[in-house]
Design a protein around this ligand. Structure first.
Ligand SMILES: [Mg+2]
Length: 209
């Protein structure tokens, strides 16, 4: 089985980091919940879209090292190693931030993946063969098709329901805040342990015996 996984807001959790960046700059009240969406909605409600764009460039670039994997992500990757399941990171982001310091956002993402030791680098395959960062959503969908993923996990319903998305690929929507509706195109999961249970359920049980 080959599983493709999106990176930003699927593997990488930016909630605490966005809250911190906004607090450091005095942009939000401290009682605002530490969620990316709460920070975004607050800034937008005050007409500060460009500040939100600037924070994104910082979070995805120079400060990405402070972002953390979502709970259960490391167990999922460990489970893939144990079961020799092929897992690929397939994501898209711009090469440079729209506003702010010109940090290479692709390089920053690769460093984060290395630092968090998610991929099995003990195997002969190089990280370059497991991590595919594209510039557009269209290119990302083409990559999912070209790499013949059996399953793809993403936090964006609009990607999973895109008419160009290969129909044969099973889709899981990672929806930790329960923001989205069910849809016939995907199965919705609130956590990585739910995803692991769905994909490896029986094997996990066997491991624990
Ligand atoms: Mg994403």
């Amino acid at each position: 089985m080959r599983i493709g996984v999106d990176l930003d807001n699927t593997i990488v959790c930016y909630d605490g980091l966005f809250h911190r960046l906004a607090m450091e700059r005095g942009l939000i009240p401290p009682q605002l919940p530490p969620h990316k969406r709460a920070v975004r909605d607050y800034l937008r409600s005050r007409g500060q879209e460009s500040l939100w764009t600037e924070l994104q460039g910082i979070a995805y670039g120079s400060r990405i090292g402070e972002a953390v994997p979502f709970p259960g992500v490391q167990d999922f990757f460990a489970q893939c190693r144990r079961t020799q399941t092929d897992v690929l990171v397939i994501s898209h982001r711009t090469r440079l931030p729209f506003i702010g310091e010109a940090v290479d956002l692709h390089l920053a993402a690769r460093h984060w993946i290395d630092e968090n030791r998610l991929l099995d680098c003990s195997r002969e395959r190089q990280a370059e063969e497991c991590v595919f960062l594209e510039l557009t959503r269209e290119a990302k969908i083409c990559r999912v098709a070209d790499l013949r993923c059996d399953c793809f996990i993403d936090d964006l319903p609009e990607l999973l329901t895109d008419e160009a998305f290969p129909q044969r690929v099973a889709r899981i929507l990672f929806d930790p805040q329960g923001e989205h509706a069910d849809h016939p195109a995907y199965r919705r999961a609130a956590s990585w342990s739910e995803i692991s249970h769905f994909l490896f359920g029986d094997i996990q049980t066997a491991d624990r015996r």
